[in-house]
Design a protein around this ligand. Structure first.
Ligand SMILES: Nc1nc2c(ncn2[C@@H]2O[C@H](COP(=O)(O)OP(=O)(O)OP(=O)(O)O)[C@@H](O)[C@H]2O)c(=O)[nH]1
Ligand SMILES: [Mg+2]
Length: 247
């Protein structure tokens, strides 16, 4: 392992209900960061994190797996956790090892039991929280309705960093782009709301510029291409600048 200054290390736990797509997303992130040559698949039993024979045969995670990759000189330590309630102790333990909880939501299923529990448990630990709405490419997904449900459940401060575009084939970054086309809402509106919120939490322009320069930007393509980071909370100003996953 190379040497990384503390400010160039991020620790993130992927948490959320079973089958929301955490392991698949981990693969996409590893592949995009070139830590692996191509993303594996849960169905084929070829993912980095579900390496146990039982995980491969059951096709879901049983234990927390620690992964890492580098992006623009920043080392990301990612913990992929199981979402099924029987194994949730592994995910709760992971929260104590990270600064950020990325709560993955299945766009088809909406907010599920473990979604809400994880948001609560991460808040109790004063972690940065972000929500990733995954599987927006699946059938019968109403992304606007999901955003409304997230805001109703977790607060209006949950703002979209990315919005779906081109019929959910890609997303548009609302943090760095002041305008653009999206499937619902408006990039201009979302951008303005994010900037207002960052200003509200007291981040000065110079800090914003610096955060944008240092920001972790991971591009995601492939199967888990529908992973979208939707919102920030907790220390939201800092989190929104630090993490921008741009499919
Ligand atoms: N259509 C679609 N399917 C996806 C996406 N991401 C994951 N899947 C599928 O959803 C299923 C569950 O994916 P996993 O990555 O195992 O989900 P998980 O959250 O790790 O599940 P647990 O380990 O049980 O908590 C698999 O069949 C994946 O291929 C996506 O973005 N779109
Ligand atoms: Mg998994």
């Amino acid at each position: 392992m190379g040497h990384y200054a503390t400010e160039n290390i991020r620790t993130v736990a992927l948490v959320g209900h079973g089958a929301s797509g955490k392991t698949t997303l981990s693969e996409a992130l590893l592949a995009r960061a070139k830590a692996i040559s191509a993303p594996g698949s849960v169905e084929r039993g070829t993912t980095v994190s579900d390496f146990d024979p039982l995980e491969k045969s059951w096709q879901h995670s049983l234990r927390a797996s620690v992964l890492h990759f580098d992006v623009d000189g920043t080392r990301i330590h990612l913990i992929d956790t199981p979402g099924f309630p029987d194994f949730i102790g592994q995910a709760i333990g992971a929260l104590d090892a990270v600064e950020t909880a990325a709560v993955v939501i299945n766009a088809q299923a909406g907010i599920e039991m473990i979604t809400s529990r994880m948001m609560d448990w991460a808040a109790q630990r004063k972690l940065c929280r972000l929500i990733i709405v995954n599987k927006i490419d699946a059938e019968n997904v109403d992304a606007a309705q999901i955003l409304a449900a997230i805001q109703a459940a977790f607060g209006k401060e949950c703002l979209p960093i990315n919005l779906p575009a081109d019929g959910a084939k890609r997303v548009v970054d609302c943090f760095f782009n002041p305008a653009g086309e999206s499937d619902f809402s408006s990039v201009t509106y979302a951008h303005g709301a994010l900037v207002d919120q960052v200003v509200e939490v007291g981040m000065r322009d110079s800090q914003l510029d610096q955060a944008a320069r240092q920001g972790v930007q991971v591009e995601v393509h492939g199967r888990a291409l529908s992973a979208r980071i939707l919102c920030g909370n907790g220390r939201c100003g800092r989190m929104q600048c630090d993490y921008s996953f741009r499919p």
